[in-house]
Design a protein around this ligand. Structure first.
Ligand code: ADP
Length: 464
């Protein structure tokens, strides 16, 4: 039975009660008439009978009035409950006697109220779940209404805007000071169409946000504007690095190619007839070809290092490993009269990917030879702790100026000394490759150096 039906039934019973009261009223009127006439005629018996009847009528009407009062209270209670249910408020249940004409109505209402309560709880739970998800998102979100007031904002947007945002409804201009962002939002409000742009931070120009301002129509008159901001500085920086890399690589490649082509042309134009020039120019062509090969080799290594993700760490006796690798540099070291010492303690064993270690070790040792002085020293040493191990390669070479040290690991960076002295060939890519590999292994590299004294490169690896 639905609420309307129960209410109809309750009202029917209430009407019956009203009819009963009407009947009592009529009886009372008759009694009054009888009483008046008995008083006029001074009929004692009639007076007693009519007084008795009046007493009965009085008690019946008292009972009926009490019932009516009771039902009015119940009706009031029902009215309040209906009001609360309509307003989605919590209503306390109505408890009535089984005989009460509104018993069914109250049961229906109690039922309706508890179903509604469950639905409200469910919606509130879903809302709070949604809000907690929005609050943990790494994306900044702000919802504005058609009056340009802030309805919702998550913590990330506060961080992005550099403002703590009031939870109470307020105009968005209170929180947003970035004029670029302000003008995009204004445009969306004016044109009633969405916008997608990149917004730069005013305080830190290395920070850029991908910004979507979405116009969302709710009805013909009402709409919301949704602001979504996401930090894309890293993507922009990577893009910039790729552009720089391409520019630098083309520049570096152009130098030897131009030299080779220039000297070849000069030879063909007649210089080859002069034996001395022929040998000299061919030497330059040979040297520049080597430089070209080294550059291409290093660029290929960079792409290999960037794509390599899987390392295969092998337990390795470090002293024997260093001995083996140093054999490949013997001839080069002898040319400069260098003394190379392997001071790695005998028993040290490390777990390391051999391809990665070879690239790191060979680069550092070849630099220690290249940038050493005639008759200098090179020392390889190592120490191992509980959580990490360190490989040190020291030389007594030309050293590095303090101003160059912070930029050593940048791609194509060569200290002034090496750039100027063209006889020391190099690409400026070796150390950047070394650092990239060490980073991907979770280690780090440090340099200590003094001009004219020498350099020490210390590589620290975690124990795998
Ligand atoms: P390159 O191919 O020029 O050697 P690297 O990236 O290996 O490129 O090194 C970058 C620069 O760091 C070199 O050009 C040189 O100026 C400096 N450098 C590297 N190792 C040493 C070292 N052991 N002694 C002195 N300078 C060094």
């Amino acid at each position: 039975m639905d609420l309307a039906m129960s209410l109809k039934l309750g009202m029917k019973k209430l009407n019956r009660l009203r009819r009963q009261i009407m009947a009592v009223l009529i009886v009372s009127l008759i009694l009054i008439v009888i009483l008046i006439s008995s008083l006029i005629e001074l009929d004692k018996d009639l007076i007693v009978i009519s007084l008795l009847l009046a007493l009965i009528v009085l008690s019946v009407s008292t009972v009926l009035l009490l019932r009516i009062k009771n039902q009015s209270q119940v009706l009031k209670q029902i009215e309040v409950t209906i009001q609360k249910i309509t307003n989605d408020d919590v209503s306390s249940p109505i408890f009535l006697e089984p005989a009460n004409p509104f018993k069914k109505v109250s049961d229906e209402l109690n039922n309706l109220s508890s179903v509604q309560r469950e639905k409200i709880d469910q919606v509130q739970k879903e809302n709070s779940e949604l809000i907690s998800v929005l609050n943990t998102l790494p994306v900044g979100i702000m919802v504005l209404d058609a009056k340009r007031d802030v309805l919702f904002s998550n913590p990330r947007i506060s961080q992005i805007l550099g403002n703590s945002i009031d939870k109470k409804i307020h105009p968005y201009t209170q929180d947003i000071t970035n004029y670029q962002l302000l003008s995009i939002i204004d445009e969306v409000f004016d044109n009633k169409s969405s916008n997608h742009s990149e917004v730069r931070s005013l305080t830190d120009n290395s920070v850029t946000w991908d910004t979507q301002v979405i116009y969302n129509a709710i009805s013909q008159e009402d709409y919301h504007v949704l602001l979504i901001m996401y930090d894309i500085s890293e993507i922009i920086n990577v893009k910039q690095m790729q552009i720089d890399f391409l520019r630098n690589a083309s520049h570096e490649l152009k130098t030897p190619v131009t030299a080779i082509s220039g000297f070849a042309k000069t030879l063909l134009d007649g210089a080859m007839d002069d034996k001395k020039s022929l040998v000299e120019f061919l030497k330059i062509i040979d040297q520049q070809s080597d430089q070209l090969i080294s550059l291409i080799q290093d660029v290929l290594t960079i792409s290999h290092v960037q794509t390599k993700k899987d390392y295969r760490h092998i337990t390795t006796n470090l002293k024997s490993y260093v001995d083996d690798r140093l054999k490949n540099f013997q001839a080069l070291a002898q040319k400069k009269g260098l003394k190379v010492s392997n001071k790695v303690p005998k028993g040290i064993e490390v777990n390391i990917d051999h391809d990665a270690l070879k690239r790191i070790f060979d680069n550092l040792v070849s630099n220690a030879i290249k940038y050493n002085v005639l008759g200098g020293d090179i020392t390889v040493s190592c120490n191992k702790e509980n959580n990490f191990w360190q490989l040190k390669i020291s030389d007594t070479g030309i050293g590095i100026a303090q101003k160059d040290i912070p930029r050593l690991f940048e791609r194509f960076y060569r200290a002034d000394e090496s750039r100027n002295k063209q006889e020391i060939s190099g690409t400026g890519l070796g150390l950047s490759i070394v650092k990239e590999i060490i980073d991907s292994l979770g280690g780090n590299i440090r340099v200590k150096s003094q001009r004219g004294v020498g350099s020490t490169f210390t590589v620290t690896f975690p124990n795998f």
